[in-house]
Write a protein that binds this ligand. Structure first.
Ligand code: ZN
Length: 402
């Protein structure tokens, strides 16, 4: 399995300038190649080959006064940029053939694009120095925040600058299935909801953590400040950058939370089931879509790949029975309930059911997992006392608790 590992980079002013040159050169080569192919197409000429373009637009162009500055950056970066264009064309043609989702034709890159990237492969001779810095050819030794360990040595590193002006080193690492965890007993159903981020069939309700909520509040504040700034003013530009930064922080905090929770759930449970979000009724309302959809699918895909990696079972169930209409204890279907009904008593077995937990248990059951329904119950149903006990007073029992 291939996993992507990203680490924050802290380039110096000089290194930032060198990276800006690399982004710019990669973009120019990409655009030159795109232009060459587009004009060949409009003139009815054959599609120019990548090897020819590389020779013409990189090797030979360096000797011309207009493109001499291409020599200031690693040639590998420029070649990778041509590869990116090949990929963009391949995706476009495959889309036309119907072998993958349709995408538009490759487009010219702009210096105003929010995401800038360059890629270094093994033959660019990038390395990690003994002092744990990232050494990039013609850029220097960059400070890295190594927040995690790499499971194996990557061959390629992509350096990215995002819309908030932050730099990242992104490695693609091959991981084997050798990390299978010892078997864990419990099996778990998860209901992704609006009131809570997730409700588990064991009765746990998981809310988004404080660090994420605070990042979201800061983003709202930054957005309000931006809307008050006059169009075209310098202050508006500053406010826009602040919003971009706040957005990035929210995205980071959310990813962090998803990672923590998905790792915990996969470690502690042998099997995990969720409802397929495409069929989840709530996800279709506008509010839910804007706020939760992206987060949920990122979270479930983390569950899926972590389950595969650690030897756990992950089940995504399609629509079966509406989770709120069926009692998770006795299985009796007693009809739809409006959203404000959070708790009800099953007419058949008398269990007092919590809407969210009941749904999580039903998800687990539909996936064929072994869960007990007791998690769904707020309290057990009132069972009529047997005749012999009616009317008697409870006798005090000796306490063994202490
Ligand atoms: Zn029931």
């Amino acid at each position: 399995m291939q996993l992507r590992y990203s680490f924050r980079l802290y380039p110096s002013a000089g290194q930032r300038a060198a990276l800006a040159r690399a982004f710019g050169c990669a973009r120019v080569v990409y655009n030159d190649a795109l232009r060459a192919r587009e004009s060949a197409r409009s003139e009815g000429m054959p599609f120019p080959k990548t090897g020819d373009l590389s020779k013409q637009l990189i090797t030979e162009a360096k000797n011309t006064p207009e493109r001499a500055w291409l020599g200031e950056v690693s040639a590998v970066v420029l070649q990778q940029s041509l590869r990116d264009l090949d990929t963009a064309y391949r995706n476009f043609f495959d889309g036309l053939k119907g072998t993958r989702p349709r995408t538009g034709p490759p487009r010219f890159k702009s210096r105003k694009d929010t995401r800038q990237a360059v890629r270094f492969t093994a033959n660019a001779r990038w390395s990690v120095t003994p002092g744990r810095k990232l050494r990039l050819p013609k850029i220097g030794d960059l400070k890295v925040k190594w927040s995690r360990c790499l499971p194996s040595t990557p061959s390629t590193v992509t350096v990215v600058k995002d819309s908030a002006g932050r730099y990242f080193a992104s490695f693609v690492v091959e991981t084997g299935p050798e990390e299978v965890l010892p078997e864990a007993g419990p099996e778990l159903g998860i209901d992704l909801g609006l009131g809570h981020f997730a409700v588990l069939s064991d009765g746990t309700k998981v809310d988004s953590p404080r660090f994420l909520r605070r990042a979201e509040e800061r983003l709202k504040k930054a957005q309000r400040a931006l809307s008050r700034k006059e169009r075209g003013s310098r202050n508006r530009d500053k406010a826009r950058l602040k919003v971009a930064r706040a957005h990035a922080r929210v995205a980071d905090a959310r990813r962090e939370f998803h990672h923590r929770l998905s790792t915990r759930l996969i470690r502690e449970n042998q099997a995990v089931a969720v409802e397929d979000l495409a069929v989840k009724g709530l996800a279709r309302t506008r509010l839910a879509k804007s706020v939760h959809d992206a987060g949920w699918s990122a979270f479930t895909s983390m569950l899926a790949y972590k389950a595969a990696r650690y030897g756990r079972t992950f089940v995504k169930i399609g629509r079966f029975e509406p989770t709120s209409q069926v009692c998770s204890r006795c299985g009796v279907k007693d009809g739809p309930k409006p959203l404000h009904v959070r708790e009800w008593t099953c007419g058949a077995c008398g269990a007092v059911l919590d809407r969210d937990i009941n749904a999580a248990v039903n998800v687990a059951k539909a996936a064929g997992l072994a869960v007990s329904a007791c998690g769904a119950q707020v309290r057990p149903g009132l069972v009529p006392a047997p005749r012999s006990e009616a009317g008697t007073h409870p006798t005090p029992q000796p306490s063994t608790a202490r």
